[in-house]
Design a protein around this ligand. Structure first.
Ligand SMILES: Nc1ncnc2c1ncn2[C@@H]1O[C@H](COP(=O)(O)OP(=O)(O)OP(=O)(O)O)[C@@H](O)[C@H]1O
Ligand SMILES: [Mg+2]
Length: 334
C-alpha cells in the first residue's frame, strides 16, 4: 500500500468520494447523480437490480469510462485529471487483470506477477501462495478455459490482488455461482479486507451485501435511493416482524384480531393455517418492537390461545429492497 494513499486516507478516511456523478448513453441516464462516500478499509456494497447503473459507476471510478458530469475522487485523486494515480491504486476483477484462457492458472499468475514487477522467484512464490489460498492448487496446472465458473471467478480475483491493491472493485463476483463457491469467494473478500484493502462490491444479492458489507448503497435507475449500515437500512423500514405459530388453526381468526389490536399493525395470514406474521415498530425503535411483541405473547396466553412458536426478527434486506423500490429485485426496471 503506497504512502501517498495512506496519507490521502488519513486526511479524509475515504477511499471513494463522488458528487453528482452522471453518465448518459444517448437518452438513457444510466448513472443519474450518484453521491457516494466509501470509508477506507471496509467492504462497501452497491446493491441494485439489473440495469441500475452499478457497472457504469464502477467503470467511472476505475477510470475506464469518463463521467459526463459530477466528480469522483479515489484516495483523494480525481478520476479524470489524475487517472494514472487512481489506476496505480485500484484493481478491477476481470478487466485490469485479464486472465488468458489458454494458459494454466499457475502460468497466468506467474506471468501477471512478472508483468507487474516481481522477479522470477517472487512471482512463483506469490502465484503459489494465491493458488493455495484460493483452493486452486490442484487445478494450477490446468488451462483456465477448463475451469468451472467458480474456479474461474477465483482465479480472476487472485489475479487482481497479486499486488495488494488499496482499492479492489468486485463487480458481481458471485453471480451465477453455486452456494459453496459463493462462500469461498466471500471468504476471499474477507481475507482481502483483513489485509487493509478497501473493497467496492456490487451485487444483486441482498444476502451477499448483508454478509460482507459494512455500509450499503442501494441504487435504482441510476440513483442512490438509500444508504447506510445494514442496521440503518433495516430499521428504516420498521423494526421487524413477529412470526407466530399456533397450536390450533381454528383459533387463528381470534389471534389475528388480538395481534392487530395489540401490535397496532396489519397481520398477514400465512399459507400454513396455523401461522401469522405482523410487522412491528415504526422508525427503528427496536426496544419498542420487543416490548410490543412480548405484550402480544402475554395477551395470547391470557386469551387461552396456545402458541407453539413465537419469534421477532429484523426485516431481511429483501424486505428493505421491496419497501424502497416497491418492486421485487428480479423485476426488470424497464
Ligand atoms: N456501453 C453502453 N452503451 C449504451 N448503454 C449502456 C452501456 N453500458 C450500460 N448501458 C446502459 O446503462 C444502464 C446501466 O447499466 P449498468 O451495466 O451500469 O447496470 P448494472 O447495474 O451493472 O446492471 P447488471 O446488474 O445487469 O450488471 C442500462 O440501461 C444499460 O443498458
Ligand atoms: Mg453490471
Amino acid at each position: 500500500m503506497s504512502s501517498t494513499a495512506a496519507a490521502a486516507r488519513t486526511r479524509t478516511g475515504l477511499a471513494i468520494e463522488t458528487a453528482g456523478l452522471v453518465k448518459t448513453f444517448g437518452e438513457n441516464r444510466a448513472v443519474d447523480g450518484v453521491d457516494l462516500s466509501v470509508p477506507a478499509g471496509t467492504v462497501y456494497g452497491v446493491l441494485g437490480p439489473n440495469g441500475a447503473g452499478k457497472t457504469t459507476t464502477v467503470k467511472m471510478l476505475a477510470t475506464l469510462l469518463r463521467p459526463d458530469a459530477g466528480e469522483a475522487h479515489v484516495f483523494g485523486h480525481d478520476v479524470v485529471r489524475e487517472a494514472d494515480a487512481v489506476r496505480s491504486r485500484v484493481s478491477l476483477t476481470g478487466q485490469y487483470a485479464s486472465v488468458d484462457e489458454d494458459l494454466t492458472g499457475q502460468e497466468n499468475l506467474v506471468l501477471l506477477a512478472r508483468l507487474t514487477g516481481h522477479g522470477r522467484k517472487s512471482a512463483a512464490a506469490r502465484a503459489g501462495q494465491l493458488l493455495e489460498a484460493f483452493g486452486l492448487a490442484e487445478a494450477a496446472g490446468r488451462q483456465v478455459k477448463n475451469y468451472s465458473g467458480g474456479m474461474r471467478r477465483r482465479i480472476d480475483i487472485a489475479a487482481s490482488i497479486l499486488n495488494t491493491p488499496d482499492l479492489l472493485f468486485l463487480d458481481e463476483p458471485t453471480t451465477g455461482l453455486d452456494p459453496r463457491s459463493r462462500n469461498q469467494v466471500w471468504e476471499i473478500v474477507r481475507a482481502v479486507v483483513a489485509q487493509g484493502t478497501t473493497v467496492l462490491l456490487t451485487t444483486q444479492y441482498l444476502d451477499e451485501a448483508d454478509q460482507l458489507a459494512a455500509r450499503i448503497a442501494v441504487i435504482d435507475r441510476g440513483r442512490v435511493i438509500a444508504e447506510g449500515t445494514k442496521g440503518e437500512l433495516k430499521s428504516s423500514v420498521g423494526a421487524g416482524a413477529v412470526h407466530v405459530r399456533l397450536r390450533d388453526a381454528h383459533l387463528r381468526p381470534e389471534a389475528e384480531r388480538l395481534l392487530a389490536r395489540v401490535l397496532d399493525a396489519a397481520v398477514q395470514l400465512e399459507p400454513d393455517p396455523v401461522a401469522l406474521t405482523a410487522r412491528v415498530g415504526g422508525a427503528g425503535n427496536g426496544r419498542g418492537a420487543a416490548e410490543a411483541a412480548s405484550r402480544a405473547l402475554a395477551e395470547l396466553a391470557a386469551a387461552g390461545i396456545t402458541v407453539d412458536n413465537f419469534s421477532l426478527g429484523q426485516p431481511s434486506l429483501d424486505e428493505v429492497f421491496l419497501a424502497l423500490t416497491d418492486r421485487t429485485p428480479e423485476e426488470d426496471p424497464a
